[in-house]
Design a protein around this ligand. Structure first.
Ligand SMILES: Nc1nc2c(ncn2[C@@H]2O[C@H](COP(=O)(O)OP(=O)(O)OP(=O)(O)O)[C@@H](O)[C@H]2O)c(=O)[nH]1
Ligand SMILES: [Zn+2]
Length: 300
């Protein structure tokens, strides 16, 4: 048992450098700083904190259930901790990168976080093409919601609300797909929540550069966690030999002659056979090869 057991338990709802906003069990929010030099708390963490005056000190971070993060060549970037699920938001326009989509799904799969995709802007003419690009994801068992957050807000809410209810959902999506529209649709007082926190952190300018926790309403049961966009999505935390295990379609066909098959050049490879038969999409297999190469390159 930790020596901080007697302290209040709080939820990190925003982090910015060494400044954190911690929400106590009574819903009160407090600006906190970590004790000492290290500041390794992330949004979604449960922390033990002590109030001192109108600020607080984070004494300990409780063990995490999971952590969603990416690891690029030079740095590790944590998205959030203790998540129930990931919602990847893509849109008919701008055309989404399948590589980014796949990478975020692999990160969630390897962290043990359930996931779904939402395709937005289905009021636009390119919908059929986007739907086709998402067919392999449906085929591997993922839920793919179709919404038009702006064109049909009520219908979109009805589609997403049951899945989001009573869960802590992390929302990832490239810029311009409708993330702000989603947050404003689902979260009752989104602007107020951001405003209040920015004021506390004195960082009005940074509202979109850090991860933000939203409760959808006063009952504080359902949360959406929004994060700023990013360019790179490295997966260097994953051992190259394990990559295929986090891709359900490859995993399903990884019935190979060699136990340590990389599914690239070996004879008797079930994955390559499935690609040839059209059971694994060519684009997913190509993306697998690209990521694998990245992961193998780090070995030197
Ligand atoms: N046609 C159509 N456009 C939509 C829909 N939902 C959102 N948009 C538009 O898409 C654009 C981007 O929406 P935002 O919600 O600002 O997207 P975002 O993902 O927050 O973008 P960033 O702020 O760049 O991260 C806006 O011009 C919206 O009006 C929709 O259902 N249909
Ligand atoms: Zn193989």
């Amino acid at each position: 048992m930790s020596k901080f057991q007697a302290l209040d338990l709080g939820l990190v709802v925003r982090g910015h450098g060494r400044h954190y906003i911690v929400e106590g069990s009574d819903g009160q929010r407090l600006v906190c700083h970590p004790r000492g030099k290290k500041s390794d708390a992330v949004v979604g963490d449960q922390v033990r904190f002590a109030e001192s005056g109108d600020e607080g000190v984070i004494e300990a971070v409780e063990p995490r259930r999971n952590l969603l993060f990416r690891q690029d060549e030079w740095k590790t970037k944590s998205f959030a901790a203790n998540l129930d699920q990931l919602l990847v938001l893509v849109a008919v326009e701008p055309v989404f990168s399948e590589s980014q989509l796949t990478r975020s799904l692999i990160a969630a799969e390897s962290a043990g976080i359930r996931m779904a995709i939402a395709l937005n802007k289905t009021d636009l003419p390119g919908t059929e093409a986007a739907r086709e690009r998402l067919a392999p994801y449906r085929a591997m068992g993922l839920t793919v919601f179709e919404v038009a957050l702006k064109a049909d807000p009520e219908g979109s809410r009805a589609t997403l609300a049951p899945w989001l209810a009573a869960q802590r959902s992390f929302v990832l999506g490239p810029s311009g797909t409708g993330k702000s529209t989603l947050i404003n649709l689902i979260v009752q007082d989104a602007q107020a929540q951001v405003g209040e926190i920015s004021q506390a952190l004195n960082s009005g300018r940074h509202t979109t550069t850090t991860t933000q926790w939203y409760w959808t309403d006063d009952t504080r049961q359902t949360a959406l966690i929004d994060s700023p966009g990013f360019q790179e999505f490295g997966l260097r935390q994953i051992p190259a030999a394990d990559l295929w295990r986090y891709m359900p379609d490859l995993r399903e066909h990884a019935d190979c002659r060699f136990a340590n098959c990389t599914h690239i050049h070996e004879p008797g490879c079930g994955v390559r056979t499935a690609v040839d038969q059209g059971l694994i999409s060519a684009s997913r297999y190509r993306i697998y090869g690209e990521i694998l190469e990245e992961l193998q390159r780090k070995a030197w």
